[in-house]
Design a protein around this ligand. Structure first.
Ligand SMILES: Nc1ncnc2c1ncn2[C@@H]1O[C@H](COP(=O)(O)OP(=O)(O)O)[C@@H](O)[C@H]1O
Ligand SMILES: [Mg+2]
Length: 271
C-alpha cells in the first residue's frame, strides 16, 4: 500500500488566471513567485497549464528530473533565491515529458493532474502559486475546483478584447467563490530605449479602468519590455537579473500580495 506524502503546511495559495493565452500569465506567475522568495518566502509554483506548461522553461529547470520515491511522493525542483527564499517547482511538463500533451483527453488529463497534485510533497510553504491554463473553459474551472485556491490574480493586456476576456475570468472566479485579489495589466505600453519616452502600443490603463469598474484592486502594470521576453526564453528570470521600472513593478505586486497574506494570517491551511 502506498503511504500518503507527509502533510505540507501551505499558508496561502493563489491562482493566476487570464481570459486568454499569451497575455503573460506565466511570466507574472514566475516573477511573482521569485519576487516573494526575494523577501525570504517559501514559495511553491504549480504549473497546471497542461496544454502549454512553460514554467520549467522560464525557470530553466527543464532538464531536472523529479525523484519519485518508493512511496510515490513527488519532490518539487527546488530553486534557492536570495539569502533565505526558495521556489519549489512542479510542472505538468515533468510528467507529460516531451510527448505532445494534446493527446490526453479532457477527463483523463484532469484525473492525472489530480493524482499528480496529491502526491506532491511541497513541504511548508508561505505561498503556493498556481499557473492555470488560459481561458474560462472547463479545464481551468475544474483545476480551480480541485485546488481551491484562496484568491486569484487576473492578468490582462490593455486591448479591449483582452479586457472582455479578463471580465470573463473575474466572473468565473466569482462563480467559484474565489476572491479576486486584483488585476495586473501586462504589456502595458513601451518605453523607447533611445529617449525613454512612452509609446502606448496597445493603449494603456484599460486594466486599471476595468479594475475600477469591476470593483477589484489594481495590482500594477508591466510594460512591454524586450528584457522580459528575453528572460522568459532564456530561462534567466527577469526579476533576478534586471533592475528597472518593470522589475520594480513586479516587486510592487509581490509586496501587495504579502500585505494581503499578512492581513489574513492565522488562516493556515494544511493540505
Ligand atoms: N511585459 C512583457 N514584455 C515583453 N514580453 C513579454 C511580456 N510579458 C510576457 N512576454 C512574452 O510573451 C510571451 C507570452 O507570455 P506568457 O507569460 O507565456 O503568456 P501566457 O502564460 O499568458 O500564455 C512570452 O514569450 C513572454 O516572454
Ligand atoms: Mg502560460
Amino acid at each position: 500500500m502506498m503511504t500518503e506524502p507527509q502533510a505540507s503546511m501551505i499558508k496561502h495559495s493563489i491562482m493566476v488566471m487570464s481570459g486568454k493565452g499569451g497575455v503573460g500569465k506565466t511570466t507574472v506567475a514566475v516573477n511573482l513567485a521569485l519576487g516573494l522568495a526575494l523577501y525570504g518566502k517559501k514559495v511553491g509554483i504549480l504549473d497546471a497549464d497542461i496544454t502549454g506548461p512553460n514554467v520549467p522553461l522560464m525557470l530553466n529547470v527543464e532538464e531536472e528530473v523529479m525523484v519519485g520515491e518508493d512511496d510515490g511522493t513527488i519532490r518539487p525542483v527546488e530553486i534557492p533565491v536570495g539569502a533565505d527564499g526558495v521556489v519549489r517547482v512542479v510542472s505538468m511538463a515533468f510528467i507529460a515529458g516531451r510527448e505532445s500533451p494534446v493527446v490526453w483527453r479532457g477527463p483523463l488529463k484532469i484525473q492525472m493532474l489530480k493524482q499528480f497534485i496529491e502526491k506532491v510533497a511541497w513541504g511548508d510553504l508561505d505561498q503556493l502559486i498556481i499557473d492555470l491554463p488560459p481561458g474560462t473553459s472547463d479545464e481551468p474551472l475544474t483545476i480551480a475546483q480541485i485546488l481551491r485556491p484562496e484568491g486569484t490574480v487576473i492578468v490582462t493586456t490593455p486591448q479591449d478584447l483582452a479586457l472582455i476576456d479578463a471580465r470573463k475570468a473575474i466572473d468565473m472566479a466569482r462563480s467559484l467563490g474565489v476572491p479576486v485579489l486584483g488585476i495586473v495589466e501586462n504589456m502595458s505600453g513601451f518605453s523607447c530605449p533611445g529617449c525613454g519616452g512612452a509609446i502606448d502600443l496597445f493603449k494603456v490603463g484599460g486594466g486599471m479602468r476595468a479594475a475600477d469598474e469591476l470593483g477589484v484592486p489594481f495590482l500594477g502594470r508591466i510594460e512591454i519590455d524586450p528584457a522580459i521576453c528575453e528572460s522568459g526564453d532564456s530561462g534567466r528570470p527577469f526579476i533576478l537579473r534586471v533592475r528597472s521600472k518593470n522589475s520594480e513593478a513586479f516587486d510592487g505586486i509581490a509586496r501587495k500580495i504579502i500585505a494581503l497574506s499578512q492581513s489574513e494570517e492565522g488562516e493556515d491551511r494544511r493540505v
